[in-house]
Design a protein around this ligand. Structure first.
Ligand SMILES: *Cc1c(COP(=O)(O)O)cnc(C)c1O
Length: 401
């Protein structure tokens, strides 16, 4: 038979979340009385709010009419591209520098095709698993060495460095994944920090892939919401973003990638036409219905709903963080992000995961699943119904020794 892609062999067994699901199921089987609450996966739980929902309905209705029917939308509906440029990039970008996608994760996978195998990769440790696994799949990283993947520069983000990496570790002419507000740590990079990141990337001729999926959770006005608020970023960064965590579109699927005409490769060629070519080759555009929903989300009424929805999840995060801090657990995040990153020095993340599952019947995510520096941490997700979060917080008291 046909040989297997050797890169697949390099991927460590099991994506983190299926492994969590497996352990949860095994526990549920032996403890059928346990009412398990999940604060694990970063998946939204609340209904899409009325104005945005109406936009989706209207989008579907139009497709059933002669005058409203549309087919492939390629790089996205122009109105949506223009509106994203206006709402999120305040005139820095034109609509033709915004590419609409079916989600940020999907675009991360496709963006890796611009650089190919052998690209030097650097990323925050801990980080969102797709940056690492996508790099392994394309042959830029691997195999697993026991402490990390060969070929990846891990940038530890720890309590000691305030969860911002040592920039002297950045590679020359490499690809730097950077996520702020961060998943899983919930840390948000400051103006000064992002300015230093951009400056270093320019010096080292590296490219930043900035993931801003949680930008709508930022409440502190002093914190930057986009890498493009930083001077010089247009010539060294690409931003990926999504409606998943802001408008609750995890199941609707809509995101975008923003990059400047001025962004070039080492040889001076523009990156944007290649991105257009790659997207056009293996992607046929986002759903027209999802895009109608996205347009509604960016109308004033929709933006108010985004604010309300993210406020709700931030309220959950505050409850979780308070409950943990009352136990003496040191935490970060949850104030400008929907994740609380809890530190249990000296303890193993998977042991903690099991202990919390068995004593509190609460599913969490072991920090070590996001990278070596996540060891001894647990990520608590604020995506949940309020009643469940309140009950989970009460049960966490059982962790008190
Ligand atoms: C949830 C999430 C996304 C969003 O991915 P979609 O494919 O748009 O749903 C992107 N980046 C990070 C870090 C996330 O946690």
């Amino acid at each position: 038979m046909i040989p297997r892609n050797p890169c697949l062999r390099n991927i460590k067994a099991g994506y983190l979340f299926p492994e969590i699901a497996k352990r949860r199921q095994a526990f549920a089987k032996t403890h059928p009385e346990a009412k398990i609450i999940s604060l694990g996966v970063g998946n939204t739980t609340e209904p899409i709010l009325p104005h945005i929902s109406q936009g989706l309905i209207e989008g579907a209705r139009k497709l059933g009419t002669v005058s409203g029917y549309t087919g492939y939308s390629d790089e996205g509906l122009q109105a949506l591209r223009d509106r994203i440029a206006e709402v999120y990039y305040k005139g820095h970008f034109s609509g033709d520098e915004i590419f609409i996608s079916d989600g940020a994760k999907c675009d991360i996978g496709r963006l890796q095709l611009l650089f190919g195998a052998g690209t030097k990769i650097a990323l925050q440790d801990p980080s969102y698993p797709v940056y690492v696994d996508g790099s392994v799949l394309i042959g830029s990283a691997g195999p697993w060495t026991g402490t990390g993947y060969q070929g990846i520069v891990y940038l530890p983000c720890t309590a000691e460095n305030g969860y911002f990496p040592d920039l002297s570790l950045l590679p020359e002419q490499g690809l730097i994944y950077f996520c702020s507000p961060n998943n899983p740590t919930g840390a948000v990079a400051t103006w000064e920090q992002l300015t230093a990141l951009v400056k270093t990337a320019l010096e080292k001729k590296s490219l930043i892939l900035f993931d801003g999926a949680y930008n709508e959770y930022i409440r502190d006005d002093q914190l930057p919401k986009s890498i493009f608020e930083i001077d010089g970023a247009k010539t060294c960064a690409i931003e990926i973003n999504s409606f998943s965590k802001s408008a609750g579109f995890t199941g609707v699927r809509l995101g975008w990638t923003a990059l400047s005409h001025r962004l070039t490769y080492a040889d001076g060629e523009q990156v944007l036409p290649d991105w257009s070519r790659v997207s056009g080759t293996i992607f046929n555009g986002a759903s027209n219905i999802a895009q109608a929903g996205g347009l509604a989300a960016l109308e004033p009424e929709g933006l108010k709903e985004i604010r309300g929805l993210t406020d709700f999840y931030l309220g959950n995060a505050k409850l979780i963080r308070s409950a943990l801090e009352a136990l003496g657990v040191s935490c970060i995040g949850g104030d400008n992000s929907p994740y609380v990153w809890a530190h249990f020095p000296g303890q193993d993340s998977w042991d903690l995961f099991s202990k919390i599952l068995e004593t509190c019947w609460v599913v969490t995510t072991p920090g070590s699943g996001f990278g070596p520096a996540g060891q001894s941490f647990i990520r608590f997700s604020a995506f949940g119904h309020r009643q469940d979060v309140e009950e989970a917080c009460q049960r966490l008291e059982k962790l008190k020794i």
